[in-house]
Design a protein around this ligand. Sequence first.
Ligand SMILES: Cc1cc2nc3c(=O)[nH]c(=O)nc-3n(C[C@H](O)[C@H](O)[C@H](O)COP(=O)(O)O)c2cc1C
Length: 391
Amino acid sequence: MDPFQNSDLQRRKFLEWIGLSGLALAFPAISLSGCQSSRFHEDEKQEFKNVFDLEGLSEKVMGKDAIDYLNGGADDSKTVKANVVAYQKIQIRARRLIDVSTISTKVELFGQTYETPIILSPVGFQKFFHQDGEVATAKASVKKQHQMIVSSVSNYSVNEIAAQSQADLWFQLYPTTNREVTKKLLERAEKAGCKVCVLTVDTPVIGNRERGGTTLTKLIYSKELKMGNYEGILTEGTGIDDPGLTWEIISWLRANCDMKIVLKGIVTREDATLALEYGVDGIIVSNHGGRQLESLRSTIECLPEIVEEIKGRIPVLIDGGIRRGTDIFKALAIGANAVCIGRPFCWGLGALGQEGVEIALDILKAELIRDMQLAGTPSIEKITCDFVIGF
Ligand SMILES: Cc1cc2nc3c(=O)[nH]c(=O)nc-3n(C[C@H](O)[C@H](O)[C@H](O)COP(=O)(O)O)c2cc1C
């Protein structure tokens, strides 16, 4: 297949998926470098006290459209805000006179030990934030020992990311409408060494995002941003995601890959029950960072009924609105086995590339450790629901 034609096809498919294919034809070509690093000077480097300091710098560096795309949500962004605000209602019950001179943040997931429970959520199109995109994120995740999940719609392919960073990656899957193409995506991920497939189930269609899409569309149209995973495998008539998807996909995935299967996007007790019945290996309580269906509950409000249903039989992870060590502490206390973060590491990426992602991860881990010391919980297992109130 002609690679040039195929990359045209990818662009067109993505634009169709986000509902902008017609518009794109009217855009003049623009370049990625024209959108980045416009107003940043070395002397603006500062001490970053929290992830919001990185957000502040990313706003200066990335420009309005990229920051709108990153921070925006569906409709009026009510769910984006709800994810953050809900953590503020929960309070911590600290215990005293416990030896907290040594803290372990290790957790076990899918038979493997991880240094920290803080995982990088799949985020598509990271080159929009920084030219090194997912490769910079992966290098930071390796250096700081955090697990990274690569999006189906990453700009670098999962193979390029693995090769350039030596990271053990998890792969996030949007199953296409053509199972042969989906199979090839899975083969790529397995070839890149991925042992976990994160199946996103909250995206039968794209949510109504009203901000930030225009520049992204222009960049795709101008061939500045490619979708690495689909190179050479996308066919005419194949949709990037499948609105016809049902629970049948789980047995199909089992038959077609050896990766652990984790469902991302579960927000109800009923679907947690079905996830167990269909034999998935884990779930991520997620509302896509408020980018899909507006007016969903915050994820931390969904967590209790899901934890109650799962009863420790498979790992339950959560993402959405986690900005502080105390948020991580609260999610773990309510029963999450690990947490994922999206925008905070992207603020770091947009602000300073790999170094910025490292800073974001350092900040969140340091906050979690200090909060564990202050609450009297020297290890993750010690953080139980007795340590929180108000959820
Ligand atoms: C810019 C952006 C792109 C995203 N792309 C994807 C994606 O490709 N696949 C996916 O499953 N989730 C995607 N998400 C959702 C994240 O994986 C995650 O659920 C969300 O960002 C968590 O919320 P937080 O940003 O408040 O931490 C994206 C989120 C953002 C902000």
